[in-house]
Design a protein around this ligand. Sequence first.
Ligand code: DOR
Ligand code: ZN
Length: 341
Amino acid sequence: MSRDKITIRRPDDWHVHLRDGTLMSAVLPYTARVFARAIVMPNLSPPVATPALARAYRARILAALPAGTDFTPLMTAYLTDATAPDEIARGFADGSWVAAKLYPANVTTNATHGVTDVRKIDRVLSRMAEIGMPLLIHGEVADPAVDIFDREAVFLERELAPLMARLPALRIVLEHVTTRQAVEFVKDAGVNLAATITAHHLTINRNALFQDGLRPHMYCRPVAKREEDRLALRRAAISGNAKFFLGTDSAPHPVKDKECDCGCAGIFSATNALEIYATVFEEENALDKLEHFASLSGPRFYRMPVNSGTITLTRGEQFVPQEVATVRPFLAGERLPWRIA
Ligand code: DOR
Ligand code: ZN
């Protein structure tokens, strides 16, 4: 069934990098005009590792919002080997943050202060399980001996399954899943495990990194996988299964930091993320499931109310901008069949 218009409850982005300073001011309006709330990643330099740093970062985000924007940043704690259980609990209780992010040390951008061994922070995680605070995981092993395309699947077996066995009450979001194995793992697990899926991992497979040459703007972590993985992600996203919800992982880097000898990981999709998701759902004949994925399942996992407003997408040609403040958006210059009314 083809349709020209779809109205859904206002969505949230359950995983975004807003950065800081002038770059934040340039990218934030794209997220805030569409999404009512967003889980803001803490991988600044230095990392957002204390409640005071989280509150100060939130204040800078609110100050950078265009006038009249209705947007709530949901802050997260950056876990390190030195994180204290009391501080995590205190920041959760006083509203400084709503979740904590686990980066295995050195796994990606600004992950140098990440956790060197998950077992080292078991006391923190066990406190989080007690107080119902979600743990957000970048699910890749950092082990250079593991093939980069296998690092998510290996993480599931080596780290996530044992963690869930040690702390079955811990509520976990496996962020930006990229593999069929991760989809199956999340589906088969209990209600305490959910996952976010990005617009880019629903759109590209790893061929995109090498199409007619090396494509740094298609590089992110976890790196895109095989076509069979992309199709598994699509099936999960449109399934209506509340364990899978929207998280763009929009991660802007200036072009000069992408197009160089050691280009940064990160795909900036905030300019048109919802339209890209809508395009994917339409291609799958599942536009009726977009609202579940974008607006209903996330709040359910995070135990927050769904948003009261709505947003309407209409069919209508639109071109992704070529550049935003020296950052190249995902699908720059390409035509999208949906636009936000
Ligand atoms: O591609 C990525 N970029 N993956 C991450 O985990 C971090 C992010 C960033 O901050 O640039
Ligand atoms: Zn991310």
